[in-house]
Design a protein around this ligand. Structure first.
Ligand SMILES: [Zn+2]
Length: 202
């Protein structure tokens, strides 16, 4: 899941006379943007078929899995995302990583979600596989997430707010479901228009 840039503007304390500091800042921004684009280039983009496939249960808790999680965590961080599912890098295994609100990264293998259906909330969601598309999606505000960590040990998290939203989004990815499937028809139509390949004008 993509970070919400609208909520992510740094509140700069601008000192107009501090040119050197401003210069360093913009160089840092450019570097982060380059890193972000390089990471996005390694993440499957709509309409890649892998995004529509159902991932398989993980049965081997081995070195491959540990390395997969490490790679996913690095990509999520570099792409400035808050969650990434294995299907998004073309690996059809039930694994995702998430790190909402500067919380430490967590990886969950074979996730099982229990939704608290009593309260739902509609909010805009971005996706690292859907470029600039952000669409409103209704989600349960509280969930219990159970599964394994990459070592094969049981994990159980009670989540709310953004974390609850992110893990529902990532679990969807493992079933081949995207935000555009869950949004209202009007938003879906607009999103598909954005995602359509643009003709190249001579
Ligand atoms: Zn996504």
């Amino acid at each position: 899941m993509a970070h919400d840039h609208a909520h992510d503007e740094h509140e700069h304390d601008h000192d107009e006379h501090d040119h050197e500091h401003e210069h360093d800042d913009s160089a840092g921004d450019r570097e982060r943007e380059l890193v972000r684009r390089q990471a996005l280039a390694q993440i499957r983009q709509y309409p890649d078929v892998a995004l529509r496939m159902r991932a398989r249960e993980v049965t081997e808790f081995d070195e491959f899995l540990v390395q997969l999680v490490e790679r996913m965590a690095n990509l999520m961080h570099d792409a400035q995302g808050v969650g990434l599912a294995a299907t998004q890098i073309g690996v059809l295994q039930r694994v995702f990583v998430f790190a909402p609100d500067d919380e430490p990264m967590r990886a969950v293998v074979n996730p099982q979600l229990t939704l608290d259906e009593s309260e739902k909330l509609v909010d805009e969601e971005g996706c690292l596989s859907l470029r600039e598309v952000r669409v409103p999606v209704e989600r349960a505000t509280k969930v219990v997430l159970e599964g394994k960590d990459p070592n094969g040990d049981d994990v159980r998290y009670e989540l709310d707010g953004l974390a609850a939203r992110v893990v529902q989004h990532e679990t969807d990815h493992l079933d081949g479901v995207l935000t555009i499937d869950r949004t209202d028809p009007e938003s879906r139509k607009r999103a598909l228009g954005t995602l359509r390949p643009q003709p190249t004008l001579a």
